[in-house]
Design a protein around this ligand. Sequence first.
Ligand code: GA4
Length: 281
Amino acid sequence: MVKACQDYGFFKLINHGVSFDLISNLENHALNFFNHPQSLKHMAAPPHDPFGYGSSRIGSNGDVGRVEYLLLSPNSLLILHQLPVLFRCALEEYMVAMKKMCCEVLEVMAEGLGIGERNALSRVVGDERSDSCFRLNHYPPVAAEEDGKMLIGFGEHTDPQIISVLRSNNESGLQICLNDGSWVSIPPDPTSFFINVGDSLQVMTNRRFKSVKHRVLAESKQSRMSMIYFGGAALSEKIAPLKSLMSKDEESLYKEFTWLEYKNAAYKSRLADNRLSLFEK
Ligand code: GA4
């Protein structure tokens, strides 16, 4: 796991123990939601709020993609009462399972990194004030006349949080960027999860782990759906290299900042920007 995070910032998680029923129950509710008419879906989009339903636009700085989505936080779930109760229950249950899984993965990572304190990373995401969010992305099928064109579903970017846990249906599209700049397609696997190292974990490991650049191409003749949990820190948490990981004379490669500061900067940026460069020493 440590080697994968160092070399790619990405790996596939198998034998994760999350029940398939929990996953497919949420998937069914989500597909049902995306099958509703556009006008109805837009009712689940509070104005000036990144959360809720969105289509084509990603963030508020001019990025677009061939995707529609629901972006949620545990709190926004309470406000979006337009969503059916059973859908909200499925979302809540899934988010709880993802938070637990993020913590387990982060504990294994800490152990692999040789950090004595097993919860040095997991306590940040496990904190009850942690600012995590969740995204359902629905990529419509590509029409025959569009076949062969390179259509961008979700443009290249790194995730700002600590780790992200992605699960998709059996349709392709996800690609990750390797060190040499080449793009590699990730074969879909609906029974597994894919873990991305985010910008915050790159900082917490003083660049031992790499925040992975990834994107989604719209290339499938069936619709692709992915669900991603972004495990983040509490707003007031200082994002800095773990002392227990640093060798004697090692210095932090980053200026000090809180997750709130990083998040504010991220929300002002364009999707493909290198957000960490602002905080490098
Ligand atoms: C990328 C990872 C998550 O999907 C997200 C995205 C967020 C958004 O869609 O509102 C951002 C993007 C993401 C980073 C830069 C800004 C903010 C869109 C955008 C252009 C929810 C997140 O946390 O950062």
